[in-house]
Design a protein around this ligand. Sequence first.
Ligand code: MG
Length: 168
Amino acid sequence: MTDDPGTMKADVVPRHGNPILFLDIDGVLLRRRHSGMFDGFEIAPHCLEFLEWATIRFRCRWLSSRCRKGFLDGSHRAFRRAGGSLSDPRWQVLHQIEPAMWSAEKTEAIDSASDFWWLDDDPCEHDRDWLRAHNHEDRLVEVRSDRNPDALMQARSRLPAGRLVNSC
Ligand SMILES: [Mg+2]
């Protein structure tokens, strides 16, 4: 087992004061490949680098159909099938990210009163309506790693911690 819980012990540090960063997986941290191998996805460029950067600045939560019932198995399986070497210590970063639970709409998982940001490649009309209704349209950062290999790096500059780091 490459992702045995015993060998992938999480080094979780509570970051209660940090904003929440909701992370879609497909099309954001994994990108669709055309060959159809391994579940049709591969690791998006800069994925690990982005996760390492994000997890020390935000409380990261998966907001993905891969794990919407609250179990991490689906997200870990997706990264493994996409070619992630989960036995590599760098991939321990996955254990710092908890799944956000939802059933029909991703916005069920978001508290509109919280300080949150959301990365997604394909927000639906309901998502946009919800964000608009709560005046949070600026909290959605659209990341399309399928088309843009630099999408994750560019997303950093649109997140507040990215600006803070750059200004130091
Ligand atoms: Mg997606």
